[in-house]
Write a protein that binds this ligand. Structure first.
Ligand code: BTN
Length: 256
């Protein structure tokens, strides 16, 4: 069971995670914060030991075995400037890369828009959802699933999964990893607001496939080209045969 005291002792933030809600079981931590009318505090973190209907990107499921992973969501609201929401995808994965590097000295890669990989295997996934009113962003929910102490995975996956335990060959403290992530997340928010170029450069220095020939699939649409850059919003710039295209969403794979 998650030890809140152990988590709290290493939490070094002002806002993020200071309002902490714990569930043994819930539908989805993202859905909880999306639907809740009562939880309004900026930086609220909702953690669940098990999600009955964990959501992944593109309407996929996200499954994680009980008490072995970290499945949680962070609430951001209009007490801060939410105007550059798309860049948060990159920022959320960057903060996790930094936390994993710091705690376990992993070499971490980020894959556009927001996957976190170790040696090409997926260690975490991020789902960002938001609510706007009259085209003004009201809240953003950053939902994160980190594979921590799972000993193995069975089933079919888009990208082969791994966990911290599988990479390190030992179990680790989920409490410590969560506090480290939230510490980095709060620092990242500072760059997000005041120094986006720094955030983008830090992300790019860990990026997988930048400069390479890729395929981007979004629904039925498939595009081919070179992963040229990411722009100031965190969108992917794809150099196709005849033009530069700005891509807002999709799944990236390398062309072999
Ligand atoms: C993906 O890679 O497809 C994104 C997965 C995101 C999963 C997390 S787990 C906590 C939060 N609650 C959800 O229902 N989904 C996100």
């Amino acid at each position: 069971m998650f030890n809140i005291e152990e988590f709290d002792i290493k939490l070094d933030t002002e806002v993020i995670g200071r309002n902490f809600i714990y569930f043994d079981e819930i539908d989805s931590t993202n859905s909880f914060l999306m639907e809740s009318k009562n939880e309004k505090t900026l930086g609220t973190v909702v953690l669940a030991e098990y999600q009955l209907h964990g959501k992944g990107r593109k309407q996929r499921d996200w499954q994680a075995s009980k008490e072995q992973a970290l499945t949680f969501s962070i609430l951001l609201n209009d007490k801060i400037d939410l105007s550059n929401a798309p860049l948060l995808s990159l920022g959320s994965s960057l903060a996790l890369a930094q936390a994993l590097e710091n705690l376990y000295q992993f070499k971490v890669n980020v894959k556009w828009p927001n996957d976190v990989l170790i040696e090409g295997k997926k260690i975490a996934g991020i789902l960002i959802e938001s609510i706007s009113k009259a085209s003004k962003m009201e809240k953003i929910i950053v939902g994160i699933g980190i594979n921590v102490n799972q000993p193995n995975f069975t089933g079919k996956f888009n990208i082969r999964p791994t966990s911290v335990r599988m990479e390190l060959k030992k179990s680790v403290s989920r409490e410590r990893l969560l506090s480290e992530y939230l510490n980095h997340f709060e620092s990242m928010l500072e760059d997000w607001a005041t120094n986006p170029p720094k955030l983008i450069n830090d992300w790019k220095s860990r990026s997988r496939f930048l400069g390479e020939k890729i395929t981007i699939k979004d629904g039925d649409e498939e595009l081919y080209g070179v992963f040229e850059d990411v722009d100031e919003n965190g969108y992917l710039i794809l150099k196709t045969k005849d033009e530069l295209r700005t891509i807002h969403s999709g799944d990236v794979t390398i062309n072999s």
